[in-house]
Design a protein around this ligand. Structure first.
Ligand code: GCB
Length: 609
């Protein structure tokens, strides 16, 4: 009887605790366009591989104890000279946020595990406002505490999340503590095995966003897929108030519409502007858009364009286009580490433009929202992707739910970006029934969230003799024929022998090769048969392009990769040293020989289209 009572008491306690926690709410549209207190800067950190700040010595989470106290989130100082406290943030070193931890302290370069971050900030609350604590991205699992109490947790290293902390803030000094764990796990997205560096930490901006009680939470303002002369969409309030007036103002397009919210707090609209200059890479026109309610205003810059496929063509604003692309990671090779500043991001996108690209594949996970906004501004089309990469746990429903959530968050975040034309649901996933079910559900979800863009995945090919075959039945469901093929590097012998491979593609759709490439150590020279030489990579590009030109339905490509990137899988001490060397640029920004081969092909395609 006692045991039962005790159990009942404990479960009641955890229920109450759960109820007291603000839930993760749907992420706010355009967080950086709001009134905010930036929590970027130096955060004190404690490396805690044994998670002693989370579990007691019996490995019970402190959170589950009756007081909920005892963890590092207490941010405790001894109350007098007798008290034992075995940690302290005040004298702990600091990490720069945004920024991964690996690039900021030698002992963290290869670290995978648990770390605590703490930052204090002062605030004078405005009584009539709401406050949202917003994280651009934390890799991978984040537990967030405000003033010693948990506000929630989030999994997924590349998508934003937020908590409404209005009731948790104090006037004056407040403390945020974040437990960050970047341990790789089989059932997560991504899984344990990837070909990129597992940068840990609070890698993107942290902000405390101040909004009106009744605020504009979300909006979608885009051309209608079925009626491209019409701008269609909705504005969604943070609550479900009906009859609230919402004004959408696109002055330059002659639009100022006053709408009223319905019972869900949503106002839907459709307009036919008299004249609209469409967004395209050569002239990336963005309109100033303002959304106003009596209490709130959001200003954004939005471009309008259409994207569709017809037969073998990709039509941008109704005209055939060739996607002159390159794949890239979210990494500044000069740090090396995750991109931190707008300058870092501009540098990479400018490198792509110098290659005469009109398109980038932001592989293999959602990149920074600022990166996508820069692509809007600089005129680069974007393939955006979620980290469903290689062999993940296809049968685990939690793994699926996680992938679907990351996809939903990516689409919610970037749905107003004209640059984004493709949602990719994964990369090089091995054929099986369970994988097909998983991937086809993701395709359907992408379309349900957004019917105005293309849906794709980077598929795999196999070979019979000199024929490269693509017949993955997922190809039926997606809009592009995209696959990775490594002729001249992983198979097919030396590059000069690959030009006579031909392709047998089961789908009658535009072919946009998602990857090909090979490694070269910049400055290392040899003949075109010498692995790792710039000449080998140059020959690979020459012969790849010969081979790929023969595909009559070829409408684009994103070779692998813009610049060398860090990867724990790349072990050769002389040529790799933990770098994947398939970049067309060296980490210094030096252009390898192959760069010029691809550039001249793109110059030719630019003239042809
Ligand atoms: C691939 C992967 C990419 C790797 C690349 C390589 O197919 O999609 O993430 O880095 O090959 O270099 O092997």
């Amino acid at each position: 009887y006692l045991r039962c009572c005790c159990l009942l008491f404990c479960s009641l306690l955890s229920l109450l605790k759960a109820l007291g926690q603000p839930a993760v709410s749907d992420i706010i549209q355009h967080p950086l366009g709001r009134h905010l207190v930036s929590l970027n800067g130096n955060w004190n950190y404690i490396i805690d591989p044994y998670e002693m700040g989370y579990y007691d010595y019996r490995r019970e989470p402190f959170e589950n104890s009756p007081s909920g106290r005892g963890g590092f989130y207490d941010d405790r100082l001894p109350k007098d000279k007798t008290e034992l406290v075995e940690y302290e943030f005040d004298h702990a070193p600091t990490l720069q946020v945004p920024g991964d931890w690996n690039s900021q302290a030698p002992e963290l370069a290869l670290y995978e595990g648990n770390t605590w971050y703490r930052r204090k900030f002062t605030l004078n609350r405005a009584g009539d406002k709401r406050y949202i604590l917003y994280f651009g991205a934390v890799n991978y699992e984040a537990h967030v505490y405000l003033n010693g109490r948990k506000v929630g947790m989030h999994k997924g290293g590349f998508t934003p999340f937020q908590f409404d902390v209005t009731d948790r803030l104090k006037d004056g000094e407040n403390t945020v503590v974040v437990k960050v764990d970047n341990s790789r796990r089989q059932d997560e997205i991504p899984t344990v095995n990837t070909d990129w560096w597992n940068y840990g930490g609070i890698t993107r901006d942290v902000s405390l966003i101040e909004v009106a009680q009744r605020y504009v939470a979300d909006y979608r303002i885009q051309l209608d897929r079925n009626d491209p002369a019409t701008i269609a969409g909705y504005v969604q309030l943070g609550d479900s108030a009906a009859g609230v007036q919402v004004t959408v103002d696109i002055a330059e397009a002659g639009i100022r519409e006053v709408l009223e919210t319905d019972a869900d707090g949503r106002a839907a609209f459709r307009w036919k502007p008299r004249k609209l200059e469409l967004w395209q890479p050569e002239s990336p026109k963005l309109y100033d858009v303002r959304i106003l309610t009596a209490e709130d205003t959001v200003a954004d810059r939005i471009g309008f364009r259409t994207i569709e496929t017809r037969g073998h063509e990709i039509l941008l604003n109704g005209k055939p286009i060739f996607l002159r692309g390159i794949s890239m990671h979210d990494e500044n090779p000069m740090l090396p580490g995750r991109l931190r500043s707008e300058g870092d991001m501009r540098m990479l996108l400018q490198w792509a433009k110098d290659l005469n690209c009109n398109y980038v594949r932001l592989a293999h996970y959602p990149h920074n929202e600022k990166m996508v906004r820069l692509a809007d501004e600089m005129g680069l089309l974007v393939w955006a992707e979620i980290p469903v990469y290689w062999t993940i746990s296809w049968e685990n429903p939690h793994t699926y739910a996680n992938a679907a959530q990351q996809l939903a968050d990516l689409i919610r975040r970037d749905k107003n970006r004209a640059s984004v034309i493709v949602w990719s649901v994964g990369n090089e996933t091995p054929l099986s029934d369970a994988r097909y079910t998983f991937m086809s559900r993701l395709v359907a979800e992408a379309r349900a969230h957004d019917d105005s863009r293309l849906v794709a995945a980077a598929l795999e090919v196999h070979r019979e003799g000199k024929t490269v075959i693509l017949n993955d039945s997922l190809g039926e469901l997606i809009d592009l024929v995209s696959f990775n093929e490594y002729a001249g590097w992983y198979w097919g012998g030396t590059p000069d022998g690959i030009a006579d491979y031909t392709f047998d593609i089961a789908f009658d759709k535009p072919v946009v090769i998602s990857e090909f490439g090979g490694g070269a150590l910049a400055g290392f020279h040899g003949d075109s048969h010498t692995r790792w030489s710039e000449e080998y990579q140059e020959s690979l590009y020459i012969n790849q392009l010969k081979m790929l030109r023969a595909i009559p339905t070829l409408r684009g490509m994103t070779p692998w990769v813009l610049v060398d990137f860090r990867s724990p899988r790349r072990q050769h001490p002389v040529y790799q040293d933990f770098w994947n060397r398939k970049g067309l640029y060296a980490p210094t920004g030096h252009k390898k020989k192959a760069f010029f081969i691809l550039k001249s092909f793109y110059d030719e395609m630019e003239a042809a289209y």
